[in-house]
Design a protein around this ligand. Structure first.
Ligand code: IMP
Length: 424
Protein backbone atom coordinates (compact mmCIF):
# COMPACT_ATOMS: atom_id res chain seq x y z
CA UNK A 1 0.00 0.00 0.00
CA UNK A 2 1.32 3.43 -0.89
CA UNK A 3 2.16 5.95 1.83
CA UNK A 4 0.39 9.32 1.48
CA UNK A 5 2.13 12.53 2.54
CA UNK A 6 0.82 15.73 4.03
CA UNK A 7 3.25 18.62 3.76
CA UNK A 8 3.30 22.34 4.52
CA UNK A 9 4.17 24.34 1.41
CA UNK A 10 5.12 27.69 2.95
CA UNK A 11 7.16 28.70 6.00
CA UNK A 12 5.30 26.38 8.37
CA UNK A 13 2.17 27.02 10.45
CA UNK A 14 -0.12 26.19 7.53
CA UNK A 15 -2.49 24.18 9.74
CA UNK A 16 -1.15 20.68 9.20
CA UNK A 17 -2.26 19.47 12.64
CA UNK A 18 -5.90 20.28 11.93
CA UNK A 19 -5.90 18.59 8.54
CA UNK A 20 -4.11 15.46 9.74
CA UNK A 21 -6.71 15.24 12.48
CA UNK A 22 -9.49 15.60 9.89
CA UNK A 23 -7.91 12.99 7.59
CA UNK A 24 -6.98 10.54 10.36
CA UNK A 25 -10.18 8.51 10.12
CA UNK A 26 -9.01 7.47 6.62
CA UNK A 27 -5.68 6.11 7.87
CA UNK A 28 -4.49 3.28 10.12
CA UNK A 29 -1.15 4.90 10.91
CA UNK A 30 -0.04 8.53 11.22
CA UNK A 31 3.74 8.97 11.14
CA UNK A 32 5.96 11.98 11.82
CA UNK A 33 9.20 11.85 9.81
CA UNK A 34 11.26 14.97 10.59
CA UNK A 35 11.61 17.94 12.87
CA UNK A 36 10.91 17.85 16.55
CA UNK A 37 9.44 20.07 19.24
CA UNK A 38 10.09 23.17 17.11
CA UNK A 39 6.74 22.22 15.54
CA UNK A 40 3.42 23.17 17.09
CA UNK A 41 0.47 21.35 15.57
CA UNK A 42 -2.83 22.79 16.76
CA UNK A 43 -6.05 20.76 16.80
CA UNK A 44 -9.45 22.10 17.83
CA UNK A 45 -12.44 19.89 18.56
CA UNK A 46 -15.28 19.74 21.09
CA UNK A 47 -14.54 23.34 22.01
CA UNK A 48 -10.97 22.57 23.13
CA UNK A 49 -7.62 23.49 21.67
CA UNK A 50 -4.76 20.94 21.74
CA UNK A 51 -1.17 21.68 20.74
CA UNK A 52 1.16 18.81 19.85
CA UNK A 53 4.89 19.25 19.29
CA UNK A 54 6.40 15.82 18.64
CA UNK A 55 3.48 13.43 18.96
CA UNK A 56 1.65 12.79 15.67
CA UNK A 57 -1.73 14.48 15.19
CA UNK A 58 -3.66 11.20 15.04
CA UNK A 59 -3.26 10.62 18.78
CA UNK A 60 -6.84 11.67 19.65
CA UNK A 61 -8.36 8.94 17.49
CA UNK A 62 -8.75 5.61 19.30
CA UNK A 63 -7.95 3.21 16.47
CA UNK A 64 -5.00 5.01 14.98
CA UNK A 65 -1.36 4.07 15.47
CA UNK A 66 0.95 7.07 15.87
CA UNK A 67 4.57 6.61 14.89
CA UNK A 68 7.47 8.93 15.65
CA UNK A 69 9.88 8.05 12.84
CA UNK A 70 13.66 7.84 12.69
CA UNK A 71 13.96 11.30 11.10
CA UNK A 72 12.45 13.03 14.13
CA UNK A 73 14.48 14.50 16.99
CA UNK A 74 12.92 14.01 20.42
CA UNK A 75 13.34 16.10 23.54
CA UNK A 76 12.30 13.70 26.34
CA UNK A 77 11.43 16.63 28.62
CA UNK A 78 9.01 18.20 26.14
CA UNK A 79 7.73 14.76 25.14
CA UNK A 80 6.89 14.00 28.77
CA UNK A 81 4.97 17.27 29.06
CA UNK A 82 2.95 16.29 25.98
CA UNK A 83 2.22 12.90 27.54
CA UNK A 84 1.15 14.59 30.79
CA UNK A 85 -1.38 16.67 28.82
CA UNK A 86 -2.70 13.52 27.16
CA UNK A 87 -2.99 11.86 30.58
CA UNK A 88 -5.06 14.81 31.83
CA UNK A 89 -7.49 14.12 28.99
CA UNK A 90 -7.48 10.36 29.54
CA UNK A 91 -6.00 9.66 26.12
CA UNK A 92 -4.75 6.08 26.15
CA UNK A 93 -1.51 6.30 24.16
CA UNK A 94 0.41 3.34 25.64
CA UNK A 95 -0.51 1.00 22.82
CA UNK A 96 -1.01 3.48 20.02
CA UNK A 97 2.21 5.51 20.30
CA UNK A 98 5.35 3.96 18.81
CA UNK A 99 8.84 5.45 18.68
CA UNK A 100 11.63 4.61 16.29
CA UNK A 101 14.83 3.39 17.93
CA UNK A 102 16.70 5.38 15.31
CA UNK A 103 15.18 8.76 16.26
CA UNK A 104 17.80 11.07 17.81
CA UNK A 105 17.52 12.53 21.29
CA UNK A 106 17.78 16.24 22.09
CA UNK A 107 19.98 16.68 25.16
CA UNK A 108 19.72 19.66 27.53
CA UNK A 109 23.09 20.83 26.21
CA UNK A 110 21.73 20.83 22.64
CA UNK A 111 19.21 23.43 23.75
CA UNK A 112 21.95 25.45 25.44
CA UNK A 113 24.11 25.23 22.33
CA UNK A 114 21.21 26.49 20.21
CA UNK A 115 20.90 29.52 22.50
CA UNK A 116 24.67 30.14 22.51
CA UNK A 117 24.90 29.86 18.72
CA UNK A 118 21.95 32.21 18.13
CA UNK A 119 23.24 34.76 20.65
CA UNK A 120 26.66 34.70 19.02
CA UNK A 121 25.09 35.38 15.60
CA UNK A 122 23.71 38.73 16.83
CA UNK A 123 21.68 40.44 14.11
CA UNK A 124 22.23 37.51 11.72
CA UNK A 125 20.30 35.16 14.00
CA UNK A 126 18.03 32.58 12.34
CA UNK A 127 15.17 33.19 14.75
CA UNK A 128 15.39 29.57 15.91
CA UNK A 129 12.76 28.23 18.28
CA UNK A 130 15.76 27.39 20.54
CA UNK A 131 14.58 23.83 21.06
CA UNK A 132 18.01 22.37 20.24
CA UNK A 133 16.96 21.16 16.80
CA UNK A 134 20.00 22.37 14.83
CA UNK A 135 22.66 21.10 17.29
CA UNK A 136 20.92 17.69 17.50
CA UNK A 137 20.86 17.24 13.72
CA UNK A 138 24.50 18.42 13.67
CA UNK A 139 25.40 15.62 16.06
CA UNK A 140 23.39 13.21 13.92
CA UNK A 141 25.27 14.05 10.73
CA UNK A 142 28.52 14.35 12.71
CA UNK A 143 27.88 10.78 13.91
CA UNK A 144 28.00 11.73 17.56
CA UNK A 145 24.29 11.62 18.37
CA UNK A 146 22.44 9.61 20.98
CA UNK A 147 19.49 7.67 19.62
CA UNK A 148 16.37 6.36 21.31
CA UNK A 149 17.70 2.79 20.95
CA UNK A 150 20.83 3.75 22.91
CA UNK A 151 18.91 4.32 26.13
CA UNK A 152 18.02 0.61 26.16
CA UNK A 153 21.72 -0.25 26.32
CA UNK A 154 23.85 -0.29 29.45
CA UNK A 155 26.56 2.32 29.45
CA UNK A 156 24.59 4.91 27.46
CA UNK A 157 25.06 7.42 30.28
CA UNK A 158 28.84 7.32 29.68
CA UNK A 159 28.21 8.24 26.07
CA UNK A 160 25.86 10.96 27.28
CA UNK A 161 28.48 12.37 29.68
CA UNK A 162 31.19 12.50 27.03
CA UNK A 163 28.89 14.32 24.62
CA UNK A 164 27.54 16.74 27.24
CA UNK A 165 31.13 17.57 28.30
CA UNK A 166 32.00 18.33 24.70
CA UNK A 167 28.93 20.53 24.40
CA UNK A 168 29.92 22.48 27.53
CA UNK A 169 33.31 23.18 26.00
CA UNK A 170 31.58 24.37 22.83
CA UNK A 171 29.26 26.63 24.82
CA UNK A 172 32.37 28.17 26.48
CA UNK A 173 33.88 28.66 23.05
CA UNK A 174 30.93 30.84 21.97
CA UNK A 175 31.85 33.15 24.82
CA UNK A 176 28.31 34.51 25.32
CA UNK A 177 26.34 35.00 28.49
CA UNK A 178 24.24 31.84 28.83
CA UNK A 179 23.14 31.08 32.39
CA UNK A 180 22.34 27.48 33.22
CA UNK A 181 22.35 24.85 35.90
CA UNK A 182 23.18 21.60 34.14
CA UNK A 183 22.61 19.45 37.22
CA UNK A 184 18.99 20.58 37.40
CA UNK A 185 18.47 20.21 33.67
CA UNK A 186 19.96 16.71 33.78
CA UNK A 187 17.74 15.59 36.66
CA UNK A 188 14.68 16.60 34.64
CA UNK A 189 16.14 15.00 31.50
CA UNK A 190 16.95 11.60 33.03
CA UNK A 191 13.56 11.42 34.70
CA UNK A 192 11.91 12.18 31.32
CA UNK A 193 14.05 9.49 29.63
CA UNK A 194 12.63 7.00 32.15
CA UNK A 195 9.12 8.04 31.11
CA UNK A 196 10.08 7.68 27.46
CA UNK A 197 11.35 4.17 28.18
CA UNK A 198 7.87 3.17 29.33
CA UNK A 199 6.69 3.59 25.71
CA UNK A 200 7.13 1.15 22.84
CA UNK A 201 10.42 1.50 20.94
CA UNK A 202 10.42 -0.21 17.58
CA UNK A 203 12.52 -0.84 14.47
CA UNK A 204 10.25 1.52 12.61
CA UNK A 205 11.37 1.01 9.02
CA UNK A 206 10.57 -2.70 9.40
CA UNK A 207 7.23 -1.82 11.01
CA UNK A 208 6.35 0.54 8.14
CA UNK A 209 7.40 -2.07 5.58
CA UNK A 210 5.23 -4.75 7.19
CA UNK A 211 2.32 -2.34 7.53
CA UNK A 212 2.54 -1.55 3.83
CA UNK A 213 2.71 -5.26 2.99
CA UNK A 214 -0.43 -5.93 5.03
CA UNK A 215 -2.27 -3.10 3.23
CA UNK A 216 -2.44 -0.74 6.16
CA UNK A 217 -3.05 2.90 5.20
CA UNK A 218 -0.33 5.32 6.28
CA UNK A 219 -0.21 9.11 6.31
CA UNK A 220 3.18 10.76 6.80
CA UNK A 221 2.72 14.06 8.62
CA UNK A 222 5.25 16.75 7.76
CA UNK A 223 6.34 19.47 10.16
CA UNK A 224 7.43 23.03 9.31
CA UNK A 225 7.14 23.91 5.60
CA UNK A 226 8.95 23.51 2.29
CA UNK A 227 10.47 27.00 2.43
CA UNK A 228 12.17 25.98 5.71
CA UNK A 229 13.72 22.86 4.12
CA UNK A 230 17.46 22.60 4.79
CA UNK A 231 18.17 22.16 1.05
CA UNK A 232 15.31 23.90 -0.74
CA UNK A 233 14.32 26.56 1.78
CA UNK A 234 15.55 30.13 2.19
CA UNK A 235 18.95 29.03 3.54
CA UNK A 236 20.37 29.83 6.05
CA UNK A 237 17.00 30.94 7.50
CA UNK A 238 15.66 27.40 7.55
CA UNK A 239 15.28 24.50 9.91
CA UNK A 240 17.77 21.61 9.99
CA UNK A 241 15.78 18.82 8.32
CA UNK A 242 14.26 17.99 4.96
CA UNK A 243 10.67 19.14 5.30
CA UNK A 244 9.90 18.19 1.69
CA UNK A 245 8.57 14.89 0.31
CA UNK A 246 11.97 13.22 0.13
CA UNK A 247 12.27 13.67 3.91
CA UNK A 248 9.46 11.15 4.35
CA UNK A 249 11.60 8.53 2.57
CA UNK A 250 14.67 9.11 4.74
CA UNK A 251 12.69 9.84 7.89
CA UNK A 252 10.57 6.68 7.77
CA UNK A 253 12.37 4.27 5.46
CA UNK A 254 9.62 4.50 2.83
CA UNK A 255 10.79 3.72 -0.71
CA UNK A 256 10.27 6.62 -3.18
CA UNK A 257 8.21 4.44 -5.50
CA UNK A 258 5.69 3.74 -2.75
CA UNK A 259 4.65 7.32 -2.16
CA UNK A 260 0.97 7.78 -3.07
CA UNK A 261 -0.95 11.02 -2.71
CA UNK A 262 0.93 14.16 -1.74
CA UNK A 263 -1.37 16.63 0.01
CA UNK A 264 0.12 20.12 -0.09
CA UNK A 265 -1.26 22.50 2.48
CA UNK A 266 -1.05 26.27 2.29
CA UNK A 267 -2.67 29.33 3.82
CA UNK A 268 -4.73 31.66 1.61
CA UNK A 269 -2.05 34.25 2.46
CA UNK A 270 1.54 33.83 3.71
CA UNK A 271 3.14 33.94 7.14
CA UNK A 272 6.64 33.52 8.45
CA UNK A 273 8.02 33.39 11.98
CA UNK A 274 11.69 34.06 12.61
CA UNK A 275 14.18 35.82 10.37
CA UNK A 276 14.76 35.58 6.62
CA UNK A 277 13.51 36.97 3.32
CA UNK A 278 9.76 37.24 2.64
CA UNK A 279 9.06 39.05 -0.66
CA UNK A 280 5.30 39.54 -0.18
CA UNK A 281 5.50 40.65 3.45
CA UNK A 282 3.11 43.48 4.37
CA UNK A 283 4.02 46.25 6.80
CA UNK A 284 0.65 48.00 6.56
CA UNK A 285 -2.89 47.66 7.90
CA UNK A 286 -3.59 44.67 5.60
CA UNK A 287 -0.77 42.67 7.22
CA UNK A 288 -1.91 43.73 10.68
CA UNK A 289 -5.47 42.60 9.86
CA UNK A 290 -4.24 39.16 8.73
CA UNK A 291 -2.22 38.83 11.95
CA UNK A 292 -5.11 39.92 14.16
CA UNK A 293 -7.92 37.97 12.49
CA UNK A 294 -5.74 34.92 11.85
CA UNK A 295 -4.33 34.89 15.43
CA UNK A 296 -0.88 34.71 13.90
CA UNK A 297 1.26 33.87 16.92
CA UNK A 298 3.64 30.89 17.03
CA UNK A 299 2.13 27.76 18.64
CA UNK A 300 5.54 26.83 20.08
CA UNK A 301 7.13 30.17 20.93
CA UNK A 302 4.20 32.61 21.00
CA UNK A 303 6.16 34.95 18.73
CA UNK A 304 4.09 37.16 16.36
CA UNK A 305 4.15 35.88 12.80
CA UNK A 306 4.98 38.13 9.87
CA UNK A 307 2.11 38.26 7.33
CA UNK A 308 1.83 38.95 3.60
CA UNK A 309 0.00 38.17 0.36
CA UNK A 310 0.04 34.73 -1.18
CA UNK A 311 3.23 34.09 -3.14
CA UNK A 312 2.57 31.80 -6.10
CA UNK A 313 6.19 31.82 -7.24
CA UNK A 314 7.18 30.19 -3.96
CA UNK A 315 4.09 27.97 -3.87
CA UNK A 316 4.68 26.70 -7.42
CA UNK A 317 8.26 25.84 -6.44
CA UNK A 318 7.06 23.93 -3.36
CA UNK A 319 4.52 22.00 -5.46
CA UNK A 320 7.28 21.00 -7.89
CA UNK A 321 9.80 19.90 -5.27
CA UNK A 322 7.17 17.82 -3.47
CA UNK A 323 5.19 16.43 -6.41
CA UNK A 324 1.96 17.72 -4.86
CA UNK A 325 -1.13 15.91 -6.17
CA UNK A 326 -3.84 17.75 -4.17
CA UNK A 327 -3.92 21.15 -2.51
CA UNK A 328 -5.61 22.14 0.72
CA UNK A 329 -6.23 25.84 1.34
CA UNK A 330 -6.37 27.01 4.95
CA UNK A 331 -7.67 30.14 6.63
CA UNK A 332 -9.84 31.37 3.76
CA UNK A 333 -12.03 32.88 6.48
CA UNK A 334 -9.25 35.26 7.56
CA UNK A 335 -9.44 37.07 4.21
CA UNK A 336 -13.17 37.85 4.53
CA UNK A 337 -13.69 41.63 4.43
CA UNK A 338 -10.76 42.53 2.16
CA UNK A 339 -12.17 44.52 -0.80
CA UNK A 340 -9.50 43.13 -3.10
CA UNK A 341 -6.77 40.55 -2.69
CA UNK A 342 -3.32 40.50 -4.21
CA UNK A 343 -1.54 37.36 -5.35
CA UNK A 344 2.10 37.41 -6.39
CA UNK A 345 2.37 35.59 -9.73
CA UNK A 346 5.92 36.55 -10.76
CA UNK A 347 8.99 38.39 -9.49
CA UNK A 348 10.86 41.26 -10.98
CA UNK A 349 14.37 39.87 -10.52
CA UNK A 350 17.12 42.37 -11.25
CA UNK A 351 14.99 43.91 -14.02
CA UNK A 352 13.65 40.65 -15.53
CA UNK A 353 10.21 39.13 -14.93
CA UNK A 354 10.64 35.56 -13.71
CA UNK A 355 8.21 32.92 -12.46
CA UNK A 356 10.67 30.55 -10.77
CA UNK A 357 12.19 30.91 -7.32
CA UNK A 358 15.71 32.25 -7.76
CA UNK A 359 18.75 31.48 -5.55
CA UNK A 360 18.36 34.73 -3.69
CA UNK A 361 15.00 36.27 -2.83
CA UNK A 362 16.31 39.07 -0.64
CA UNK A 363 14.47 42.39 -1.00
CA UNK A 364 17.26 44.03 -2.99
CA UNK A 365 16.95 41.41 -5.77
CA UNK A 366 13.26 40.62 -5.91
CA UNK A 367 10.09 42.71 -6.24
CA UNK A 368 6.77 40.85 -6.36
CA UNK A 369 4.48 41.35 -9.35
CA UNK A 370 0.85 41.10 -8.25
CA UNK A 371 -2.47 40.18 -9.82
CA UNK A 372 -5.43 41.75 -8.03
CA UNK A 373 -8.54 39.65 -7.40
CA UNK A 374 -11.94 40.48 -5.98
CA UNK A 375 -12.37 39.95 -2.24
CA UNK A 376 -15.44 38.67 -0.41
CA UNK A 377 -17.43 39.99 2.54
CA UNK A 378 -19.24 36.93 3.87
CA UNK A 379 -18.28 35.30 7.15
CA UNK A 380 -17.24 31.78 6.11
CA UNK A 381 -16.85 30.28 9.56
CA UNK A 382 -20.34 28.76 9.75
CA UNK A 383 -20.26 27.30 6.24
CA UNK A 384 -20.15 23.55 5.78
CA UNK A 385 -20.88 23.00 2.07
CA UNK A 386 -18.94 24.03 -1.04
CA UNK A 387 -22.18 25.42 -2.49
CA UNK A 388 -22.26 28.08 0.28
CA UNK A 389 -18.88 29.58 -0.59
CA UNK A 390 -19.05 33.10 -2.06
CA UNK A 391 -18.40 33.52 -5.79
CA UNK A 392 -15.35 35.71 -5.18
CA UNK A 393 -13.76 33.00 -3.01
CA UNK A 394 -14.46 30.42 -5.70
CA UNK A 395 -12.86 32.83 -8.18
CA UNK A 396 -9.77 33.08 -5.93
CA UNK A 397 -9.52 29.30 -5.59
CA UNK A 398 -10.01 28.69 -9.31
CA UNK A 399 -7.35 31.29 -10.13
CA UNK A 400 -4.86 29.45 -7.90
CA UNK A 401 -5.79 26.07 -9.37
CA UNK A 402 -5.18 27.39 -12.86
CA UNK A 403 -1.85 28.98 -11.93
CA UNK A 404 -0.61 25.88 -10.13
CA UNK A 405 -2.35 23.28 -12.28
CA UNK A 406 -3.30 21.23 -9.21
CA UNK A 407 -6.81 20.83 -7.76
CA UNK A 408 -7.69 22.46 -4.43
CA UNK A 409 -9.81 19.75 -2.85
CA UNK A 410 -10.32 21.18 0.63
CA UNK A 411 -10.96 24.73 1.85
CA UNK A 412 -10.67 25.28 5.60
CA UNK A 413 -12.85 28.06 7.05
CA UNK A 414 -11.92 27.93 10.74
CA UNK A 415 -9.79 26.06 13.27
CA UNK A 416 -12.38 23.45 14.26
CA UNK A 417 -12.47 19.97 12.69
CA UNK A 418 -15.99 20.78 11.53
CA UNK A 419 -14.99 23.95 9.67
CA UNK A 420 -13.64 22.02 6.72
CA UNK A 421 -15.22 22.16 3.26
CA UNK A 422 -14.57 19.38 0.76
CA UNK A 423 -14.71 20.79 -2.77
CA UNK A 424 -14.38 17.67 -4.90
P1 IMP B 1 14.65 25.86 14.44
O1 IMP B 1 14.25 24.74 13.55
O2 IMP B 1 13.93 25.88 15.75
O3 IMP B 1 16.12 26.00 14.60
O4 IMP B 1 14.19 27.20 13.70
C1 IMP B 1 14.72 27.57 12.42
C2 IMP B 1 13.73 28.46 11.66
O5 IMP B 1 12.57 27.68 11.36
C3 IMP B 1 13.23 29.66 12.44
O6 IMP B 1 12.97 30.71 11.54
C4 IMP B 1 11.92 29.18 13.05
O7 IMP B 1 11.03 30.23 13.32
C5 IMP B 1 11.42 28.29 11.92
N1 IMP B 1 10.57 27.21 12.39
C6 IMP B 1 10.93 26.06 13.00
N2 IMP B 1 9.86 25.30 13.27
C7 IMP B 1 8.80 25.98 12.82
C8 IMP B 1 7.40 25.68 12.79
O8 IMP B 1 6.92 24.63 13.19
N3 IMP B 1 6.60 26.65 12.24
C9 IMP B 1 7.11 27.79 11.70
N4 IMP B 1 8.41 28.09 11.71
C10 IMP B 1 9.25 27.20 12.26
Amino acid sequence: MAVDLLLGLQWGDEGKGKIVDVLTSKYDIIARFQGGPNAGHTLVFNGRKHVLHTIPSGIFHDDTVNLVGNGVVIDPVIFKKELDKLDEQNVDYKKSLLISRKAHIILPTHRLLDAASETAKGKAKIGSTLKGIGPTYMDKTGRNGIRVGDVELTGWKDKYRALANKHEAMIDFYNVDIQYNLKELEAEFFSAVDTLKSLKFIDSEEYVHQAQASKKTILAEGAQGSLLDIDFGTYPFVTSSNTTAAGACTGLGVAPNSIGKVYGIFKAYTTRVGSGPFPTELFNEDGATMARVGHEFGATTGRPRRCGWLDLVALRYACQVNGVTELIMMKGDVLSGFKSLKVCTAYNYKGDEITHLPYNIEEENVTPIYTELKGWEADLTGMTEASQLPDALNGYVEFLEKELNIPITVVSVGPDRKQTIIRK
